[in-house]
Design a binder for this molecule. Structure first.
Ligand code: ACO
Length: 335
């Protein structure tokens, strides 16, 4: 038989890692702060509790541990890492937190930068990293999703504060000329609908000297139109996944796992129904962590890889969606 040669550069998934803070904020505890109940939150979102960073934890610390765990699973020497992308909207340094993770890891040969796309950030970063690997620029990449939304939630706003938590997850991926496990992707944004979910700057007018005014920097809290975000997610996520299945000649029945951004269990169920993907294939850990923004997809993956639900060569369809508005989908094979 004629030997089939793979003469392109492909991508292989080698490791995963995650980190969540120990501090648990249950629905019961939130109901001491705002007028809500465990029953309301659980039935509308599927969330029972979320993790909140302590005073020493931040995106760098959480992202570092997640990355280190992924590197350990991949069994890589730190100096062989070429690229570190940190998906975050809540860096502890507005100039970028990825280089501080690089420094903590001692990954001196890597270039590290942040990428911001809210809850789509991990998916956008994963796509970005795979394109560098497939293009031949880099061989080994760490993609991290880490967010600390607890610092930006309005803890007096019951419509939004119930949803969010903190955490980090990471994947280790590398270039290979043997096969390509990154099957396809699609990405979209629509700034026209951006006002449905944002975390705007809050500037105060001040002056430097006479006649030279400036705006001092700062941020407000998360502003969300929950119903519009909900409608956006249940409409756009199935559309982008169906399109991806079509363009890659895949059908949803070949998918082993659907890993969606963990925003709301009702969104996960609705997307699964639309795509005719059975409930057992839709991974969810919303109950324990709520919405950790850029971290939800890699935390979920790491959990399912470590407990052996996700096995070598399993086909994963994933979609991230959120502020921007932004959304994207990727189809890949674990391993
Ligand atoms: N507890 C009790 N009652 C509440 C609460 C609460 N925590 N929050 C809202 N309510 C009340 C409202 O005031 C309203 O009361 P009213 O009818 O007397 O006015 C009633 O419940 C219904 O409110 P809705 O907003 O219609 O509730 P809905 O069923 O839409 O659920 C929710 C709200 C959970 C926020 C839902 O809309 C949702 O999940 N949307 C998606 C949000 C999301 O995922 N955002 C993150 C995206 S990812 C990113 O990029 C960060």
């Amino acid at each position: 038989m004629e030997e089939i040669k793979f003469n392109q550069i492909g991508v292989s998934f080698k490791g995963s890692g995650s980190y969540v803070p120990d501090q648990i904020l249950t629905n019961q505890k939130i109901s001491q702060k705002v007028d809500t109940s465990d029953e309301w939150i659980k039935s509308r979102t599927g969330i029972s509790e979320r993790r909140i960073s302590n005073l020493k934890e931040n995106v760098t610390e959480m992202g570092y541990v997640a990355a280190l765990n992924a590197i350990k699973m991949a069994n890589w020497d730190i100096e062989t890492i070429d690229l570190i992308i940190l998906a975050t909207s809540t860096p502890n340094d507005l100039f970028g937190s990825a280089p501080s993770i690089q420094a903590k890891l001692g990954a001196e040969n890597a270039v590290a930068f942040d990428l911001t796309a809210a809850c789509s950030g991990f998916l956008f970063s994963l796509v970005t990293a795979t394109q560098y690997l497939k293009g031949g620029s880099f061989k080994r990449a760490i993609v991290i999703g880490a967010d600390q939304l607890s610092s930006f939630v309005d803890w007096n706003d019951r419509r939004s504060c119930i949803l969010f938590g903190d955490g980090a997850g990471a994947l280790a991926i590398e270039a290979t000329n043997l096969f390509d496990n990154f099957i396809g992707f699609d990405m979209r944004t629509d700034g026209e609908r951006g006002s449905f979910l944002n975390l705007p700057s809050k500037n105060n007018k001040d002056s430097i000297v006479d006649n030279i005014d400036f705006l001092s920097g700062g941020f407000s809290s998360i502003q969300m139109n929950g119903q519009e975000v909900y409608k956006f997610a249940v409409r756009e996520v199935p559309i982008i996944l169906e399109k991806l299945f079509r363009t890659t000649n895949f059908s949803s029945d070949k998918v082993d796992w659907l890993i969606l951004h963990q925003a709301n269990q009702r969104i996960l169920d609705s997307v699964g129904d639309r795509l005719k993907i059975s409930k057992e294939k839709i991974l969810s850990n919303l109950e324990k962590y709520g919405n950790t923004s850029a971290a939800t997809i890699p935390i979920m993956m790491d959990e399912a890889i470590r407990d052996n639900r996700i096995k070598q060569n399993d086909i994963i369809a994933s979609s991230g969606f959120g502020a921007g508005l932004s959304w994207g989908a990727a189809l890949f094979k674990w391993g």
